[in-house]
Design a protein around this ligand. Structure first.
Ligand code: BDR
Ligand code: CA
Length: 315
């Protein structure tokens, strides 16, 4: 069996693609899928996780429903982006399976405590509400996890590293900035995949690559083609933030990082949810805060897209 992974998701079109990618990747063992409110309500996110797992023939993977609103502030879902059902309004049958009764946060705490330290990688592609709450209840989770791979933030390392939800804030962090701040300060081994890399046009799906998904003859390829139609229609191309972050677990050599101290603006009038990375290389070491995260700053775009494509169309 491969590396043990937990997926914490808010499906969401690109979360759904990340689930497909994970299920089509024999090098990892998915211990469970936990859901969180973000792109859509917790009910829709949970139903969508079950639907996608069933579609890819992985309905044996347990789904644990998580927290239904941010730690502080209101939830603003974005059906305007992901469609009324959260999956680009692609009609998928209601799931035959049900979510587990255990809460996502309890599952996270119990599974991390029961496995050897360093065994589990947590991939979080939604707001960090579940993760922060689990860490508050049991701070030892931070060092027992191998790492937390988080899609979220925008770190100002290039022109794509500004906001999407607001001019300064990326959606997952903007939805629950307090949670992001708690996770960033938890001491966990953190790999952050922000808009700096996920918004790059050379890792978006469009044109021939998009059409090839539709004609691939694969069930997953066809589903992804249909879900992404909404993005292609709205933006002319489809950004796939969450599968990019997940791919780090599968193909780490395709990514470059820099260490930095990262914090989150939680009360700014205009900048709430902004992720502030201290990139001042010129600062004398005695004035620098020690880094708390590795920020992804570059990736091998063509290899990565080819890899994601090949995994999607595997089944
Ligand atoms: C993130 O926000 C969500 O809409 C996507 O699923 C992704 O996780 C990108 O900002
Ligand atoms: Ca997401």
């Amino acid at each position: 069996m491969g590396r043990k992974v937990i997926l914490d998701v808010d499906p969401g079109i690109d979360d759904a693609i990340a689930i497909i990618l994970a299920c089509n990747s024999p090098e990892i063992e998915i211990l469970g899928v936990t859901t969180v409110a973000g792109n859509v309500s917790i009910e829709k996110a949970t139903r969508n996780a079950l639907r996608i797992l069933e579609y890819v023939g992985c309905s044996h993977i347990p789904v644990y429903p998580g927290i239904s609103k941010p730690i502080y502030g209101e939830l603003h879902t974005i059906e305007s982006i992901h469609g009324e059902n959260g999956l680009g309004d692609v009609g998928l049958p209601d799931p035959n399976t049900s979510p587990r009764e255990r809460h996502a946060v309890d599952f996270l705490r119990e599974i991390v405590a029961s496995e050897k330290p360093g065994e589990i990688t947590l991939v979080a592609t939604g707001p960090l509400t579940n993760v922060a709450t689990a860490l508050l209840l049991d701070p030892s989770i931070a060092r027992r996890l191998s790492s937390i791979i988080s899609m979220g933030g925008a770190f100002g390392t290039n022109l794509y590293g500004c906001g999407n939800q607001t001019p300064r804030a990326e959606f997952n962090v903007a939805t629950d900035p307090v949670a992001a701040k708690l996770v960033y300060q938890s001491g966990a081994e953190l790999y952050l995949f922000g808009l700096d890399v996920t918004m790059r046009p050379d890792v978006s799906i469009k044109g021939d690559l998009y059409r090839r998904l539709g004609s691939s003859g694969s069930r997953c390829g066809e589903l992804v083609y249909r879900m992404l139609h909404r993005f292609i229609d709205m933006f002319g191309s489809a950004t796939i933030h969450d599968p990019i972050a997940l791919s780090y677990v599968l193909r780490p050599h395709l990514f470059d990082f820099r260490e930095a101290y990262v914090d989150v603006e939680i009360c700014g009038d205009v900048t709430r949810g902004e992720t502030v990375a201290d990139l001042r290389d010129w600062l004398p070491p005695n004035l620098k805060k020690p880094p708390n995260a590795k920020i992804c700053i570059d990736l091998k775009a063509k290899e990565l897209l080819d890899f994601i494509f090949s995994r999607i169309i595997l089944k």
